[in-house]
Design a protein around this ligand. Sequence first.
Ligand SMILES: Cc1ncc(COP(=O)(O)O)c(C=O)c1O
Length: 399
Amino acid sequence: MAIKISNRAKAIKQSPTMAVSALANKMKADGIDVINFGVGEPDFDTPDYIKEAGKKAIDDNFTRYTASAGILELREAIAAKLKRDNDLICDPKDILVSPGAKASIINVLMAICDPRDEVLIPSPYWVSYTSQVEMVDALPVLLPTTISNNFKIKPKQLEERILELSNPKAIILNSPNNPTGSVYSRKELVKIAEICLKYNILIISDEIYEKLIYDDVKHISIASISDETRDITVLINGVSKAYAMTGWRLGYSAGPRDIIKKASQIQGHTTSCVNAMTQKASIVALSECDGSVTTMRAEFQKRRNYLVEKLNEIENVKCLMPKGAFYAFPNISHYLTHNTKGIKNSVELCEYLLENYHIAIVPGMAFGAGKYVRFSYANSMDNIKKGVNQFKKGLMSLL
Ligand SMILES: Cc1ncc(COP(=O)(O)O)c(C=O)c1O
């Protein structure tokens, strides 16, 4: 007799970004030359100076369990980074190192959410936020944004929505944003912080794309706005995106001591700690610099400029110039209503493009925005050139 799966597990959907990548990889394995715009990780190698530190940790037999919250030397390096880059004074005691920012977020959600607590999430949103909120039996409450507002929430909208809720607990802010690439300014963050302070809403500020920011835009950490704001913010960051270290698995949270302490205890009973050598390598990543982050950022910016320009040249496609991260998020709504193939939504469109034009892009529905698709430009310039051409051909074939 089959064992019954829990209702919690049943509610979880497979990550659609992973699903597209899996299908694209399968087609590749079958010998089909697919251009994969689905991936959410840098296509660069981890810089050598970081790899060396990881290798040295293994050679030094630094290979055992560590303190659950992370080794002190690493938490000190994170505190120094927060001071240097984000103008934040943070005691290492208020920092928790976890196996990826993804783990950091769910640890915090577990520490603060009771069943039916409401967690506000600006939409379009990163796919895991809603699933993670549901996993802790809390309720995701979406705050829709539009392209005309650069995909950013308005303070009035936030306040009105909070007033409609029964148990508003937290908001998950993500700047620079996945999938839209939008970045909040200091002025905008000040207004959001004021409202969160007024209603005692915890700000979970996911800043994982902090280093991937373009033009003259500056990343501001909402926690740095005032001491009061810092006291209601948990900052989330990690090494995955900035240092091309997705597989090493290290993220961190920094925030109010009681929340971090509880999140740390939760981690102590789940994953224990981040692997010891990754912690050593991350100290070097966060403290030293060989210019590779700047080189990667410059390359991403070049690709972004090319891709977005080409997307906007396609008739009836509109794409904002993303200010950060490595995604372009064009509006393709025209092709959902004007096509001869019976395609009705972004999922069907992406399947059609993958099967017939061999490009893997992620349907906007995955991010709560069905009229859009997401391209990752963590891809070679050659692939971007070929891929955007295929995209255009694919759209034209629908008419
Ligand atoms: C917005 C956002 N936050 C967090 C993460 C997770 O990063 P990590 O690899 O540190 O778990 C991702 C990864 O795609 C992301 O896009």
